[in-house]
Design a protein around this ligand. Sequence first.
Ligand code: RAM
Length: 331
Amino acid sequence: MSIFKKLLVAATLSAAFFVHSAHAEDIKIALVVKSLGNGFFDAANKGAQEAAKELGGVQIIYTGPTKATAEAQIEVVNSLIAQKVNAIAISANDPDALVPALKKAMERGITVISWDSGVAPEGRQMHLNPSDTDLIGETIIKLAADHLPEGGDVAILSASSTATNQNAWIEAAKKVLPEKFPKINLVATVYGDDDSAKSTDEAKGLLKSHPNLKAIIAPTTVGVVAAAQVVTDENLIGKVNVTGLALPSEFKKFIDNGASQAVALWNPIDLGYSAVYLAHGLATKKTEAKPGAKLSIGRVGEVTLDDTNSAAMAAPFRFDKSNIEEFSKIY
Ligand code: RAM
C-alpha cells in the first residue's frame, strides 16, 4: 500500500471512529417519573424515545422510584448527578422537597426541567404543564356533573398528598365548585399515592363512609382504574359513576362495562416527547428558559413561558363510548 493510500485508510478509519465515538458523547437526558410501573409514564417514555431518535445523539435514561415519594426521587436525582447526565426532566412527587437536590444538579451544570408534576421555580429552569391547570380542575368536576343533573355527593381519590399536579387541579376544582356547580357536594378528598392497592383501599373506604356517594373523581390514571374496579366488584355500576383522568388503554373496559360514563386526558406520548425536546434545547444551549420565551416542541408545535417559566400544552380530550376504542390503541 502506498503511503498515500495508508494515510487515506487511516483518515477514513479515524473519521469512522469519530462518528462512532460521537455516540459515546450522546446527550444523556434522564426522564424521571413519579414511580415506575405506571402506564401513563410508560406512554410518556414512548414519546421521549421518539424525540431522542428525531433529535439524534440523545440517550434517554427512563428512571424513577418504585414508590411515588419525594425521598425516593431524591435518591434517583443524586445518582443521576453522580452519573453526570446532561439533563434531568422530572415529574415531581413534591414541589419543595426536591429543590435542594435539583439545585445541586443545576450547580453542576445539569439542565433541570419539570414536566407533568412541577417543582418550585428555584428547583428547575422551566416547567411543562400538559394543559392549563384551571381547565383541568374544571374538567374533572364537569365530567361528574354532566351525569348528575340533580347534583349530589362526590369525592376525590387523588394520587399522593404532596403531588404538585393533582393538588393544583384539586384546588382549581374547588374554586369553580360553588359558582359553576352549586349542586355538586364534595364530601371528601383521599390519597391513594398512585399505588393500586392503596387506591383500592381508599376507594372502598369512600364508599363505606359515604353511602350516598354519586361519583368518585380520580385525577390520576392509577386511582381511576382502582376506583372503577372497586365499583365494578361491589356491584355499584349505575349507582356510582367513576371519572377523572384515565389512560384509554387501561380504562376502556370500565367505559365498556358502564362503571364510568366518560373520562379525560391529554396525549402522554406528546408530553414525554415535548419534555425531551425542551430539555435538549436547554442542554445544548440552543434555547434559553426565560419569561416570554417561545420554545419549539418539534412536531407538537411551540410553547410560551410565563412569568414563572411555566408553559402549558393543549386542552385535554374527553373519552366516552364513542371514541375510547380508537384512543385505547394509541395510549
Ligand atoms: C398519574 C400520575 C400523573 C398524572 C396522571 C393523570 O399517572 O399521577 O402525574 O398526570 O395520573
